[in-house]
Design a protein around this ligand. Structure first.
Ligand code: MG
Length: 374
């Protein structure tokens, strides 16, 4: 029990323009649609949370606002914020689905618990196993010439991991981009591939075999999220490690994924699992089966990136690094008071109590899509 009670909950909806369109096998994205949750205690503390829904992937901003404000807020007012599991269990009982809303709620509660205890979020969920990790940037611009300029600039800053988004144009376009990047950067580049469900299952193995010539570190989600048996078949016959992203949200998909040996790697995302602690549960299932994990994210501001960085910091092992690049290399501007810490091609886990970052209210006002609720 703490001496703090949740006194007020505010829900902000923002749209941060991106500096380019990013294309994927499931569609284009031109900006960051985020729902920012502000949980204020009767002692004057503020915990921040973010939901970053993508309608084609996890859900909608409108649905997230309703889940947080209409359905979860009445239950939380007057409650002790440090009883995180109780509130998350209740949230799961009150609202089905909406993992991004639950991620935002847990983020804000852990931020408050950290401020109250003086511990950072990674320490609340296990400890700081690492202070930094490699950053992956996604090559997803339909204008590849622009991507080549961006990759050159990031290479100069120390970024060595690049994830090429494939399956949104043509197989030839995908092969051309991989060939070009491998020719320019050689073996020092860590190239990964993400189809975002863009391959038809009947022809997926042949397409992936073509790309293997360029030695990708992994191939992510080649087929539709529900084609789990096809994904398992691909993982079985393809030598390059196969990663499941859209096919693994929470513990239930992870358990089924282990049972059918669906992939060699699971992408962990707080927005899919419904929070940091649920993502750690997914990682435990994966680890028990010898399946690797990776630090994935949605189109997020630096606030959700901070939560992701704390999750990655607390993992017992992390070999494939993370992709928290949006606030540094995609958003036109971020909502944090200080830039999300990316230096020398590495993400640094924020220091200090709670999430270790704070939201600038002026930025919320600047990019507001609607009047804040609460
Ligand atoms: Mg993905």
């Amino acid at each position: 029990m703490s001496d703090h009670k949740i006194d007020r909950i505010r829900v902000h909806r923002v749209l941060i323009p991106g500096n380019a369109v990013h294309s994927h096998g499931i569609g284009d994205v031109a900006g960051i649609h985020a729902v920012i949750l502000e949980v204020i205690t009767d002692t004057g503390l503020t915990g921040w949370g973010e939901a970053s829904p993508w309608p084609a992937f996890t859900g909608t901003a409108e649905g997230t606002v309703a889940a947080l404000y209409t359905y979860l807020r009445p239950h939380l007012i007057g409650q002790d914020p440090v009883q995180v599991e109780r509130h998350m269990r209740d949230a799961e009982a009150l609202v089905v689905g909406h993992p991004e809303a639950k991620a935002a709620l847990e983020m804000a509660l852990l931020d408050l618990t950290g401020q109250i205890s003086g511990l950072s979020v990674c320490e609340l969920v296990g400890g700081r196993m690492r202070d930094d990790m490699g950053l992956s940037f996604s090559v997803a611009n339909p204008d590849f010439g622009k991507d080549l300029e961006d990759v050159a600039a990031m290479w100069a800053e120390g970024v060595r991991i690049f994830k090429i988004k494939t399956g949104f144009k043509s197989h030839g376009f995908d092969l051309m981009r991989l060939e070009k990047l491998r020719a320019i950067y050689g073996a020092e580049a860590d190239l990964r591939i993400d189809y975002n469900q863009g391959l038809p299952a009947y022809n997926a193995v042949r397409c992936i075999r073509d790309l293997e010539a360029f030695r990708p570190t992994f191939v992510e989600q080649p087929v539709k999220m529900h084609e789990r048996d096809a994904l398992a078949h691909i993982a079985h016959v393809i030598e390059t490690p196969i990663m499941a992203d859209e096919s693994v949200f929470g513990v239930r998909e992870a358990l089924h994924g282990v049972q059918i040996r669906m992939a060699d790697i699971f992408s962990l995302k707080v927005m899919k699992s419904g929070g940091i602690r649920r993502a750690l549960e997914v990682s435990a299932i994966a680890r028990a089966a010898g399946i690797e994990v990776y630090g994935g994210c949605m189109f997020e501001t630096g606030l959700a990136h901070a939560a992701g960085a704390h999750l990655m910091a607390a993992l017992p092992e992390l070999r494939l690094d993370c992709e928290f690049y949006m606030s540094t290399y995609y958003a036109s501007e971020d909502i944090l008071t200080e830039p999300f810490p990316v230096r020398g091609g590495r993400v640094h886990v924020p220091e200090g109590p709670g999430l270790g970052v704070a939201v600038d209210p002026a930025m919320l006002a600047k990019y507001a899509q609607a009047e804040a609720l609460g």
